[in-house]
Ligand binder design. Structure first.
Ligand code: ATP
Ligand code: MG
Length: 437
């Protein structure tokens, strides 16, 4: 029999709709990666009896139950007690957990209160899962036929605990019965999901041959505006080879639309490219209101490459801050090729940076005209080689126009640094309404 798993998330806030249950979805992907079938996801409130009966029901059905939440120091955190009841064991003070709590509180300069000590009590026989991001330790315990793993509700703590503490133990305990999948993600910007799907049609049979198609490897898409991730999942002895072949074949079809792999973010890719080229960046933003600056600074270490960002929103400050000539504004307006070129040159000169990038557009919903409809955005990229201009009409609403414009501006930089050929320049492609996520 293949292993089956369930997820139990706890907390009144989940049932009230105050908190989106991201722990369940995150854990579900991790379980899938382990090659374990997920039978169901259950959510309950904080009531002791309800948590206990949910635990009993799941433990009668599955081999592995992942529980999130309710390990905190307060009275409404009842998971530990509910597990002890379901397992029919006592709670026991774990000296190692108490010591970790003491050390953590001492570092922060807080006294340890009795309700914190409660967190060092876990069901007898359970294996402690240390929490290096917070106070509540987790634990792993056998209840009937099922392994029950309890983790804190705070997503950051749960993720760190799963990856560092639980996953290795599960592989050790259940190793023979599970076949972890190999997962590879190609992170793309510049094409919509359906355009990518179109380009990757027949990828599996053409890259792997008909023999490998039956479940050994699969391709998925995950869209999160304005990015799309192409995810390969492969199992079995040939998993690494299959993933490598799929990646090579997909890259041939997607070109420089692939900015990075796995955990790499778009801003990390931009910052890394600038850093390796020893280049620096300055931004003059109008309709994006600073979003491009926010995007680039999401990557740690962006201060190595990012020098200046100005939000020149009014015409007056387009003149005063980045030197857009009065006649350019009078003749062409702020949303124009000429204005973007002047902004890019101006901000580059102001910062003395390798690149100056400008964004000026109409994010709407008002302000559009026949000539310049809502979504019209002019971009410019100034470098020692001159100035490049790009004009797009983005068929979205205000927020998406802003986000996409910030991405396009940084993609201009990324592709210039990589000196991509015009043939596979993502910005040659048109944006269509199907870009979503
Ligand atoms: P703590 O010691 O921090 O109280 P805990 O194990 O008691 O840890 P909870 O009190 O259940 O955790 O949740 C803490 C916070 O984590 C919640 O307020 C909520 O913001 C977040 N959280 C809880 N469960 C989930 C979930 N399933 N998905 C996303 N966020 C969650
Ligand atoms: Mg709590």
């Amino acid at each position: 029999m293949p292993l089956s798993a369930e997820i139990l998330t706890t907390g009144d806030e989940l049932l009230r709709g105050d908190v989106v249950d991201t722990n369940a979805t995150w854990l579900a992907t991790r379980i899938a990666e382990l090659g374990i079938r997920l039978g169901r996801i259950v959510s309950v409130g904080d009531e002791l009896g309800v948590v206990e009966s949910a635990l009993r029901e799941s433990c009668a059905r599955c081999d592995l139950l992942l529980v999130s939440g309710g390990l905190g120091p307060t009275d409404d955190d009842r998971t530990t007690e509910a597990v002890a009841r379901a397992a029919g064991v006592e709670l026991e003070l774990q000296p190692q957990a108490l010591e970790a709590l003491r050390a953590r509180f001492a570092r922060a300069g807080y006294p340890l209160t009795p309700n914190n000590e409660k967190q060092a009590r876990i069901p007898r026989g359970a294996v402690l899962l240390p929490n290096d991001r917070g106070t509540a330790p987790g634990f792993l315990l056998r209840v009937g036929r099922a392994w029950v793993a309890c983790m804190p509700g705070v997503p950051l703590e749960l993720k760190a605990m799963f990856d560092a503490e639980l996953r290795p133990r599960l592989l050790a305990e259940l190793g023979a019965q599970i076949q972890p999948a190999l997962v590879r993600s190609l992170n793309c910007f510049g094409l919509g999901e359906s355009q990518i799907d179109h380009r990757l049609q027949d990828l599996l049979p053409s890259a792997l041959g008909e023999a490998a198609v039956a479940g050994e490897a699969t391709v998925h898409y995950r869209a999160s505006f304005p990015e799309v991730r192409v995810i390969f999942v492969a199992r079995g002895a040939r998993a690494a080879e299959l993933c490598a072949r799929l990646e090579t074949a997909a890259r041939e079809r997607l070109g420089s639309h692939v900015y990075g792999v796995d955990g790499t973010t778009f801003s990390e890719a931009v910052v890394a490219a600038l850093r390796s080229a020893r280049a620096t960046l300055a931004l003059a933003e109008s309709c994006t209101g600073g979003l491009a600056g926010d995007l680039v600074t999401q990557a740690a270490g962006s201060s190595d490459v990012f020098q200046l960002g100005v939000i020149t929103y009014s015409n007056e400050f387009k003149r005063r801050m980045v030197g857009v000539p009065e006649e350019v504004l009078a003749r062409h307006g702020a949303v124009s090729r000429e204005c973007a070129l002047a902004m890019a040159r101006g901000v580059r000169a102001l910062a003395g940076s390798s690149y100056g990038v400008a964004i000026s557009g109409i994010a709407g919903p008002g302000g559009g005209s026949d000539d310049k409809p809502v979504g019209t955005v002019h971009f410019a990229l100034a470098s020692e080689r001159g100035v490049r201009h790009l004009h797009r009409v983005l068929p979205f609403e205000r927020q998406r126009i802003k986000v996409l414009s910030a991405y396009i501006a940084l993609a201009l930089v990324l592709h210039d640094v990589q000196r991509s050929s015009a043939a596979n320049d993502p910005l040659e492609g048109r944006w269509s309404p199907e870009v979503r996520g």
